[in-house]
Design a protein around this ligand. Structure first.
Ligand SMILES: [Zn+2]
Length: 74
């Protein structure tokens, strides 16, 4: 049984129709995902690279843990 830890991004802007949640990186554990999110969400707009393709506002990052029997790589 393998666990899969990822960071995903989504647009949290009110009224934006972009609803896709995009995988950003894979990490080794939940703590890594969490600290990456803390770091990325604390960056200023200039430093922050991920922009919403719909509204152009910055994306919000959050940690994801998947408990999966089959791991797939994109
Ligand atoms: Zn958006």
């Amino acid at each position: 049984m393998n666990s899969c830890y990822k960071v995903r991004a989504c647009c949290s802007t009110y009224g934006c129709d972009y609803v896709a949640h995009k995988d950003v990186i894979r990490t080794i554990n939940h703590e890594s995902s969490f600290s990456f999110c803390m770091y990325a969400n604390s960056l200023t707009d200039q430093e922050f690279a991920m922009k919403c393709p719909e509204c152009g506002k910055r994306m919000f990052l959050y940690p994801v843990t998947q408990l999966a029997e089959v791991l797939y790589y994109e």
